[in-house]
Design a protein around this ligand. Sequence first.
Ligand SMILES: [Zn+2]
Length: 176
Amino acid sequence: MKWLFAKIADAVNAQKKRKTKMAYKLSSRSKSRLEGVHPKLVAVVERAIEITEVDFGVIQGVRTIEEQKELVAKGASQTMKSMHLPQEDGHGHAVDLMAYIGSRGSWELNLYDNIADAVKQAAEELDVRIRWGAAWHIDDIRTWNGTMEEAMNEYVDLRRSQGRRPFIDAPHFELR
Ligand SMILES: [Zn+2]
C-alpha cells in the first residue's frame, strides 16, 4: 500500500506544481534584443525565463560604441570596455534583464536577486560562466554557495570595507 499512497501524493504534488508554477516567456521584443549576443548567454537567458519566479524582459543586448559613449557620459556605465560591445568573436557578451510585475517593469532590487537565482541555475545546467552586475567580485556565479541576495550583500560589504562605493547594476549579466 505504501507505494500506492506515495504515487497518489506524487500525482497531487505534480498537479499543485502545475497550478502554482508560472511559466514565463520572452516577448518577441526581448528575443530581438538578444540578436548578436553570444549563443551561450542567449541559451542561459532562454533557460532562466523558464525557471524564474520573477518575470523579466531583455532591455539590452549588444550596444554600439556610440551608445556606450552616451551611457558613460550620463554615468550609467563606468567603462568603455563594456561587455555589451561586440567582442573579438563578434558577439556581445552581456545582457540587461528587467524585472516585470504583470506588464510593468520594476526597479525593485529584491526582484533582481530572484532573477539572478534563475540565471545561476541556468548557468549551472548549461555549464556557462556568468558574472552578475550586483556581485562583481564573483567571477563565475556557479561557484557561489548561497542565494544571489547573499552574494550581493557580500559584494556591498566588501566594497564598503575597502572604502569604496558599491556599483550595483542588478539587471546586468555577462559571459566570462
Ligand atoms: Zn549591462
